[in-house]
Ligand binder design. Structure first.
Ligand SMILES: Nc1ncnc2c1ncn2[C@@H]1O[C@H](COP(=O)(O)OP(=O)(O)OP(=O)(O)O)[C@@H](O)[C@H]1O
Ligand SMILES: [Mg+2]
Length: 265
């Protein structure tokens, strides 16, 4: 199989928080395009890795950014000693060989890239390589998954209606306190009592959302704090390094977070 390097061979740890696995698997059965919505660090990437493992499908991930062009996705001609050779981009690879293609932060990409995915995400399931004058019919196993952080996008960067309406969506949010503590224990190695404290701190920070913080501390941040604690850094200092300082520069919010941490520690 040409994409065997993209197969995930060990089960990625994933703590399910609802019916997302069943919903995704049902959508995959019809190769329905899916968007994963939710704030940063809440498990979207881990989920897609886990699901690709469960379905035994290769996973091709592309992190989208504002300078990304359609050619970065579909491919381009490269110069070599014998002239020019075509090189498939990551999306084309997935389409040809039947992978799940995960476009992370799709709204960051330029408009011309979203146009490329339109013919792939309706019943045509084709990708046009205009420069190469080729039309690639999607492999039966191909599926497109995109992720989207609804919170931070400006109106300008919202997905076009015609793009949105091609996808089913699964909402992600932070797990319940109990599950989040389990995740933090598993991923950072701290003991349960410490993880419980970190989750309480995160909840406080999430209440500051819209009151000085754009987003509260993510599960990812709690894991970072836990990792520092595991290396012998005291809890308060670990919270400073991995949570308070990265999340805000505002002295008042820093001190509000500091008080929340002292109250929970
Ligand atoms: N439900 C979960 N099960 C297992 N681990 C989780 C879960 N949620 C979060 N994590 C942990 O949190 C970390 C961050 O999650 P992940 O990278 O999937 O976030 P994300 O939603 O993709 O964020 P971003 O939007 O910034 O890419 C993971 O590396 C994993 O350790
Ligand atoms: Mg991610």
């Amino acid at each position: 199989m040409p994409l065997k390097d993209y197969l995930i061979t060990e089960e990625p740890y994933y703590q399910s928080t609802g019916k997302e696995i069943a919903h995704f698997e049902a959508a995959y059965a019809d190769r329905m395009p899916i968007m994963l919505k939710g704030p940063t660090g809440c498990g979207k990437t881990r989920f897609v890795e886990h699901i690709a493992y469960r379905l035994r499908k290769p996973l091709v991930t592309v992190s989208c950014h504002e300078d990304m062009t359609a050619s970065d996705l579909v491919g381009r001609y490269l110069l070599d000693a014998n002239g020019t050779v075509w090189q498939d981009g990551p999306l084309t690879l997935a389409v040809r060989h039947g992978a799940i293609c995960y476009l992370d932060e799709i709204v960051e990409a330029r408009q011309d890239t979203t146009v490329v995915i339109h013919s792939l995400t309706d019943d045509r399931r084709i990708l046009s390589l205009e420069k190469k004058n080729e039309v690639v019919r999607a492999h039966p196993d191909f599926q497109l998954v995109i992720s989207y952080n609804p919170g931070y996008q400006s109106v300008l960067k919202d997905l076009k209606e015609s793009t949105k309406q091609r996808f089913g969506a699964i909402d992600f949010s932070y797990p319940s306190a109990k599950l989040e503590a389990e995740i933090v224990c598993h991923e950072s190695g701290v003991e349960q009592a410490v993880a419980d404290k970190l989750v309480k701190i995160a909840e406080r920070s999430r209440n500051l959302r819209g009151h000085g913080l754009e987003e509260g501390a993510s599960t990812r941040m709690l894991i970072h704090v836990g990792q520092l604690i595991n290396r012998g850094v005291p809890l308060g200092e670990a919270c400073d390094v991995a949570l308070v300082l990265p999340i805000t520069d505002d002295p008042d919010i820093r001190s509000a977070l500091g008080s929340a941490i002292s109250a929970c520690a």
